[in-house]
Ligand binder design. Structure first.
Ligand SMILES: [Fe+2]
Length: 312
């Protein structure tokens, strides 16, 4: 048994996704932000990281965008062991002001986006099983640290995330101006759905034209952390790849447990930033208040987080 220093409580070793006693304990106490209990990672957890990192590296070299590769280098990620967030932040913070903050699991949408506004990235600290390395619908530390965080070393990308976080604040402020509670809930759910779709098709599954004329590259973290899909999304004739269009993205449903059949391309992170500006403008003009229904579902907790953001 390992001991968590400040509590003196013995917690069994192991930080495996859906099987980590530390996570269950933190969530039962209602703790969303936690300290990364580094001593609890098992040898199997480190082995899972080693395997994931080793098999992704050649695919990153082939398919990832140049900013990501620079980010991997700048973060000095250890291929041999689950990273300590403290070490990652030492390299990350001086570059863009971003830091990775350990969480015990799901973070309601408004709080997640608002953390981005404050240059904090809520980071999952569990890791998938070493014998089940394929893409999981739930995030893990490989998805968050190896898939997302290298992108946060790039200034233009980091500024875009902050801008996205500001849009969440704008949405919450718009909600306050709608007097009828039912109408307020309907419009806010629609705005959350639009924001979730935009986030999905850009930050999680975005493609970008390579500035050196080398075709399409991957910048979305869902793709960057998936051994199978990073290749499939570029090579497969079954994937539709289109220049991004706001009216399409905010109305397009998606499924999280399959390889994506449709992806959108941006020209650069400056282009992406300008799209987030447009997203906010559309929000203010009411163009996101009735987007097409279907996926993703907006759950009660996400909705409440936007409606009662000032009480959080
Ligand atoms: Fe993600």
């Amino acid at each position: 048994m390992a001991q968590i220093q400040d509590t003196g409580v013995d917690v069994p070793i192991g930080m495996t996704t859906t099987e980590a006693p530390f996570i269950e304990m933190s969530r039962s106490k209602g703790e969303m932000y936690v300290e990364q209990p580094y001593g609890l990672y098992s040898e199997d957890n480190h082995e899972a990281w080693r395997r994931l990192y080793a098999r992704m590296l050649p695919r990153w070299e082939k398919y990832a965008n140049e900013h990501f590769m620079k980010g991997i280098e700048n973060l000095c990620l250890n291929p041999e062991a689950v990273p300590k967030l403290e070490d990652v932040n030492q390299f990350l913070c001086p570059l863009t002001g971003f830091s990775a903050k350990a969480v015990s699991g799901y973070v309601p949408a408004y709080l997640f986006f608002d953390a981005l506004r404050n240059r904090e990235f809520p980071t999952t600290i569990t890791i998938r099983r070493k014998d089940k390395l394929e893409y999981l619908p739930e995030p893990d530390i490989f998805h968050d640290i190896a898939g997302h965080v290298p992108m946060h070393t790039d200034k233009a990308f980091a500024d875009t995330l902050v801008r996205f976080g500001e849009c969440a604040k704008t949405a919450a402020e718009i909600a306050q101006e709608i007097p009828n509670p039912e109408e307020r809930a309907h419009q806010v759910a629609s705005i959350i759905r639009a924001m979730a779709r935009f986030f999905w098709f850009t930050i999680e599954f975005g493609l970008m034209r390579d500035s050196r004329g080398q075709g399409l590259k991957v910048y979305g973290s869902g793709l960057l952390s998936s051994f199978g899909e990073i290749e499939y999304c570029i090579e497969s004739p079954e994937v539709q790849r289109y220049p991004i269009q706001m009216e399409w993205v905010v109305n397009q449903a998606f499924e999280i447990d399959k390889y994506q059949p449709l992806l959108f391309i941006v020209d650069s992170f400056d282009h992406l930033y300008s799209l987030v500006d447009a997203l906010e403008l559309w929000m203010k003009e009411g163009k996101l208040s009735n987007v097409a229904p279907c996926e993703p579902e907006v759950n009660e907790e996400d909705l409440k987080s936007f409606l009662h953001w000032d009480q959080a």
